[in-house]
Design a protein around this ligand. Structure first.
Ligand SMILES: C[S@@+](CC[C@H](N)C(=O)[O-])C[C@H]1O[C@@H](n2cnc3c(N)ncnc32)[C@H](O)[C@@H]1O
Length: 275
């Protein structure tokens, strides 16, 4: 079966190698001799994460759409106030999205003649040194730890200080998606934007691969039962429950699963202060 899949999808070899690794080492996994993390990042190899979040056709498409959404939000905010634009990324991990969108932020802010600050964060700093090397040309990027499930103020962040928050493939890993979106809202300025990229439908190979990771089955909220993933229309309800306005979904809903990329980008805005 894997041989056929390799012939049909030669570009997806890191994913097929992941499926094969998980199947081959299933017994060792059940005996707790290898962890899901060992299978996900064998010997610290970044081949799979680079493919999933940076190099695959889907990742390039979604990272470029997030870049365009960021460009549009900066133009709107930069036009309103000629001050520094503060961008926060949560769960930035391997930097697939970060390395794609920091140059867009830089170019857009330079053109508008406004400074910007970009804060890369993740619950773990495992990937940060490599991301820092790749973004050495951008001194505007700071690297900090942030756990989306814990009080962000207690972690040294200041309420309502960011203009745009980007969260790519991280909110679904948290226990309660509404609490996580509220935590995001608490960090945004009035009228600030959140841009979220999420898987929006399950694939059978997830069960025997990503499904082994601790983060996959932690969900415990009113929106999720079997799967940690939500369709774009349910994500819109989650955004509304966390008081985001003007929520827009790109992708994530299609007539048939085979036509869908199974991923979505959601954009929401916090209420602007009216005088
Ligand atoms: C599926 S990966 C996301 C990939 C990432 N956007 C990239 O381009 O590599 C999920 C990331 O979320 C991080 N994460 C998991 N739980 C988190 C939490 N509670 N707060 C912040 N980050 C978290 C993980 O460490 C991991 O880097």
């Amino acid at each position: 079966m894997l041989v056929r899949a390799r012939m049909a999808h030669p570009h997806a070899s890191p994913v097929l190698a992941f499926v094969e690794r998980c199947a081959r080492e299933a017994v060792e996994f059940m005996r707790e001799e290898v962890t899901a993390f060992d299978l996900y990042l064998p010997d610290g190899s970044r081949e799979l994460t680079d493919f999933l979040y940076s190099e695959s056709k889907t990742a390039r498409l979604f990272n470029s759409a997030i870049g365009e959404a960021l460009r549009a939000t900066i133009k709107e905010l930069g036009g309103e106030a000629k001050r520094e634009i503060a961008i926060l990324e949560i769960g930035a991990g391997s930097g697939g999205t970060t390395t794609s969108i920091v140059p867009v932020a830089s170019e857009t802010c330079n053109a508008a003649n406004v400074p910007f600050a970009y804060t890369y964060t993740d619950v773990s700093m495992y990937f940060a040194p490599k991301v820092k090397k790749r973004l050495a040309a951008f001194p505007e990027v700071q690297y900090r730890k942030l756990d989306l499930e814990a009080d962000s103020l207690a972690q040294g962040f200041v309420a309502h200080t960011f203009d745009v928050i980007v969260a790519a493939n991280v909110v679904h890993t948290t226990r309660d998606v509404v609490a996580s979106m509220r935590n995001i809202a608490s960090l945004l300025r009035p009228g600030g934007f959140v841009i979220v990229w999420e898987l929006s439908s399950s694939r059978s190979w997830f069960d025997v691969t990503l499904g082994l990771l601790d983060g996959w089955n932690r969900h415990d909220d009113r929106f999720r039962r079997e799967s940690p993933l939500l369709s774009a229309s349910v994500w819109k309800e989650v955004f509304s429950a966390a008081d985001f306005e003007n929520v827009l979904a790109l992708g994530g809903e299609s007539a048939s699963a085979s036509q869908s990329l199974g991923q979505a980008i959601l954009i929401g805005r916090t209420t602007a202060v009216t005088s």
